[in-house]
Design a protein around this ligand. Structure first.
Ligand SMILES: Cc1ncc(COP(=O)(O)O)c(C=O)c1O
Length: 378
């Protein structure tokens, strides 16, 4: 019913993905995690209605949005939350930083697995904390936690574990067993879990299920700050509307204190689009997932047919993590750019020898980018 094949020009729209890098027009941009699809119609209607009203004063998050979000967590993820636990914020990255700031003292440490989305290894230093890292391990063509390494890496200074689930860029959806083991380690050592679940509504492998780590049990709920948003799912990342779910009153008050005066309150475009997305756009989301899955399967096959490249099947997200180490090319991002495809270099994620490719675009654009990649690497 929705036309995800439509090519909507994005040049000269102040787009980070399409305009920021000043690439020649013919370069296909495949970095940055937003999609080249029009937002759901209900979202666009909501935005038009705000614009038509014409007054752009201050807003607050209405009970309506909190109720919708509470119901959504119960219906989609069997997680019973309270409206009072929700702290709405304009972005997940500020949420990561506020978490790092609000837990522990200056000079304490924050542990993150790598390779990982850039702000996971940057937010600790933005918040005056030291970064500790542990490598993910690859097992049966799937990236997962190395629990022994995590246990070894935790020191008395470690106050926060940054969890990305589903994982950007490895695409893993962690199982109940994996999450339980991680939670046990963190709960036992009094390390607060900060769970970034921004990609949770984009599960591509339908034998996988997103489990919010805070839904495991009461002890884990009280030790977790969960971050979510409609932004990736409904392609409204530019509207700044996200939520921290913090059942523990003390952690919540410290988080609110840490963010005070740092971020603006949400704006009405973000609020109304979140309501329209969550309440009225489920059919769009389900069609989007089918489209992304087809793009994924196409990309997976073609990439793995290129000698020297390896891609594991993603369980979630539209961000492929491609291992190019066997090519032995020093700067793969530069090489692909010369061929007319911009990707994110693995270094951004502390994953040298890899690149990340965003396939949240019409199939014809993906096909053309693959043709260019094949040609240059032949
Ligand atoms: C795991 C993860 N967290 C956070 C973000 C960005 O969140 P925001 O734009 O709300 O700051 C992204 C964007 O790619 C992401 O992949």
């Amino acid at each position: 019913m929705y036309n995800f094949d439509e090519i909507i020009p994005r040049h000269n729209t102040d787009s980070f993905k399409w305009d920021f890098f000043n690439d020649p027009q013919e370069v296909i941009p495949m970095p940055v995690a937003d999609m080249d699809f029009r937002c759901p119609p209900a979202v666009l209607d909501a935005l038009k209605s705000v614009a038509d009203h014409g007054i752009m004063g201050y807003s607050f998050v209405p009970k309506e949005l909190k109720d919708i979000f509470t119901d959504r967590m119960k219906n989609l993820y069997n997680w019973k939350i309270e409206n009072e636990w929700q702290v709405w914020i304009p972005g997940l990255v500020p949420g990561l930083t506020a978490t790092c700031k609000s837990v522990g003292n200056f000079g304490d440490a924050v542990l993150s697995t790598i390779p990982v989305y850039g702000p996971f290894h940057l937010a600790p230093s933005w918040a005056g904390k030291n970064l500790q890292t542990v490598l993910l391990k690859e097992e049966n063509n799937r990236y997962t936690f190395d629990f022994e390494a995590i246990k070894k890496a935790i020191t008395p200074e470690t106050k926060v574990f940054l969890l990305c689930n589903p994982y950007n860029p490895a695409g893993t959806v962690f199982t109940k067993e994996e999450l339980s083991e991680l939670a046990n380690i963190c709960n036992e050592r009094k390390v607060v879990i900060c769970a970034d679940e921004i990609h949770c509504d984009l599960i591509l492998n339908n034998s996988k299920k997103h489990i919010p780590i805070a839904s495991l049990d009461e002890q884990t709920a009280m030790n977790t700050i969960t971050l979510q948003a409609p932004s990736k799912t409904f392609n409204i990342a530019g509207l700044g509307c996200s939520v921290a779910i913090i059942p523990n009153e003390e952690l919540r008050q410290n988080f609110i204190k840490a963010k005070s005066g740092m971020f603006p309150e949400l704006n009405r475009f973000g609020i109304r689009s979140a309501i329209a997305a969550y309440r009225d756009s489920e059919d769009w989301r389900l069609e989007l997932i089918s489209y992304l899955k087809a793009n994924h399967d196409f990309l997976y096959e073609r990439i793995n047919n290129i000698k020297g490249l390896k891609m594991n099947a993603l369980e979630a997200t539209y961000l492929a993590w491609i291992d190019a180490k066997d090519l032995g090319i020093e700067n793969i991002q530069k090489k692909l750019l010369e061929a007319g495809v911009r990707v994110n270099a693995g270094e951004m994620f502390l994953g040298e020898g890899f690149f990340r490719l965003n396939f949240g675009c019409p199939k014809s654009i993906l096909e053309e980018s693959i043709r260019r990649i094949e040609n240059v690497l032949k």
